[in-house]
Design a protein around this ligand. Structure first.
Ligand SMILES: [Zn+2]
Length: 123
């Protein structure tokens, strides 16, 4: 089994509704993201997923989130844009973006809102 990953980042604002502290107020983060897919198969040139294809899929999602107030994003209309929900959202979107490639499946999405603090989402 191969796990292939790409790291990227985006900047956005959010606040956590009903949070008992400073995070209840609008603030920003430079989010670090690491997304991974797994595959058992390599293609004719021994590649599991072309990094170019992987980065393109992830870029589409980053563009949706970059320089936005995440609380105004439809995905977070009924939940907090916490690191947990953000990782889960990126995971689901990446599945959609890569669904045309049957050889790979999304294995995990790691997100860090500050250096050293993060969440990994898997299914
Ligand atoms: Zn925050």
């Amino acid at each position: 089994m191969f796990e292939i990953f790409v790291r990227t980042h985006f900047s956005s604002a959010h606040y956590l509704r009903n949070y008992p502290g400073k995070c209840e107020f609008l603030h920003g983060h430079n989010w670090e993201v690491e997304a991974a897919v797994k595959t058992e198969k390599l293609d004719a040139i021994d590649v599991g997923l072309d990094f170019k294809e992987f980065k393109k899929a992830l870029f589409v999602i980053m563009e949706e989130l970059d320089h936005k107030n995440l609380n105004e994003h439809p995905a977070f209309a009924n939940c907090n844009p916490s690191s947990e929900k953000l990782a889960q959202y990126i995971f689901g979107r990446l599945k959609e973006e890569l669904q045309t490639n049957p050889n790979v499946s999304v294995s995990r999405v790691l997100i860090m809102e500050t250096p050293g603090c993060g969440v990994v989402y898997t299914e």
